[in-house]
Design a protein. Structure first.
Length: 370
């Protein structure tokens, strides 16, 4: 009879190790080693970086702010919400009477854009002490300005809004949307993104993997070499394609339309996922999310993906795209992945007009940070 060592999945305590002895016998012991928590680790709150007239959202500001207000409302019902904005008083007026303001705190800060997933701090747990790792965000490989976004984490720590041990990792380019952690020492990522020459081009794959293993105390890195979404600016962030739902479960985007431009790449991604194994040597439980039907704007296909969901404490917020059947199918898959969670859909058609979705505009912080 083997012994499987790992962290519990959603619903279990994220600060414990779980020993599985088979036959349903489990024992919890305190986890002491530093680790990169899974998104389902108990959270203290979420960051949103608010769209304003000096961002690329200017031409559709009312539309996107309506989406942000819905996201803020759902988060603030359940957790603390940190909103970063140049003019917080304007945001307070927008949210008054709509959002539970008792759960909202503000950081006044200039910003370039709204993608908190990629400029927010990445949290590391070391016993009861969180560390806030501040990596460089360079606009997804020097595509966009990011000078103000790169200052947000330091400003939030200095203001006392983010609590934890600040770690300067600005010598390395890394976005939160590019890595997925199972909470037990495995990170899932894509070769297309992490090996981009405009991120850490001075390092090869072996060096990048060794850096990640060292910084995050990982046992391994799983590299996806296939899969992409048309219209995606991020060079195939993992959170647009495949997501950990528990230490042994991955939800991924599956394309069944053989005439779709994504079919071959996503089929190869699925085949590679089928070769991956958990730390205990078992195949992953793979749950296929539907591929959203084509959405275009000015002749350009937009990166609509159901993989871009956000895990909260006992709730999943997931993007919908006014596609009734696909939206329902995605909800059903997420219910299967997270049977004890409430599943809440939010219309994110506004967000994909700037090539991101719900997970991209949020960043979660574990207990003790917000």
């Amino acid at each position: 009879m083997g012994i499987i060592v790992g962290y519990p999945g959603p619903g279990g305590s994220g600060s414990d190790l779980q020993l599985s002895f088979g036959l349903g016998l489990n024992e919890q012991i305190e986890m002491r080693a530093p680790h990169l928590p899974a998104e389902w680790h108990p959270q203290s709150g979420i960051q949103l970086t608010w769209p304003h007239a000096e961002t690329d959202w200017a031409y559709m500001l009312d539309e996107v702010q309506e989406c942000f207000i819905k996201i803020a409302g759902e988060i603030a019902k359940r957790e603390k919400l940190l909103i970063v904005a140049p003019e917080p008083e304007e945001i307070k007026e927008q949210l008054s009477g709509v959002v539970n303001m008792d759960s909202v705190v503000f950081l006044q800060s200039e910003t370039n854009d709204t993608w908190a997933r990629d400029h927010g701090a990445i949290s590391l747990i070391d016993g009861n002490s969180p560390a806030l790792l501040d990596f460089t965000f360079n606009g997804w490989g020097l595509k966009f300005a990011s000078d103000q976004d790169n200052l947000i984490t330091r400003r939030a720590v200095k203001a006392g809004l983010l609590k934890g041990r600040y770690e300067n990792r600005l010598n390395f380019v890394l976005e939160g949307g590019s890595i997925e952690s199972d909470g037990m020492g495995t990170v899932l990522t894509t070769s297309e993104c992490l090996l981009s020459p405009n991120r850490n081009g001075q390092m090869n794959k072996v060096e990048i993997e060794e850096y990640l293993r060292s910084i995050f105390h990982l046992q391994r890195v799983l590299w996806l070499d296939h899969g992409y979404l048309a219209g995606d600016d991020t060079d195939s962030h993992i959170d647009t394609l495949a997501r950990f739902c528990s230490p042994n479960t991955i939800a991924y985007v599956k394309c069944t339309n053989t005439t779709d431009v994504h079919y071959e790449a996503l089929k190869k991604m699925e085949e590679q996922l089928e070769t991956f194994q958990t730390l205990s040597g078992e195949p992953y439980r793979l749950l296929a999310l539907p591929m959203a039907d084509k959405i275009e704007c000015d002749g350009e296909r937009l990166p609509a993906t159901y993989a871009n969901f956000l895990i909260l404490n006992e709730t999943i917020l997931y993007p919908t795209y006014a596609q009734v059947e696909n939206d329902k199918k995605a909800m059903a898959v997420l219910l299967e992945a997270f049977p004890n969670y409430e599943i809440v859909g939010i219309d994110c058609r506004a967000l994909i007009k700037q090539h991101g979705s719900l997970h991209c505009v949020t960043m979660q912080y574990p207990m003790g940070v917000l």
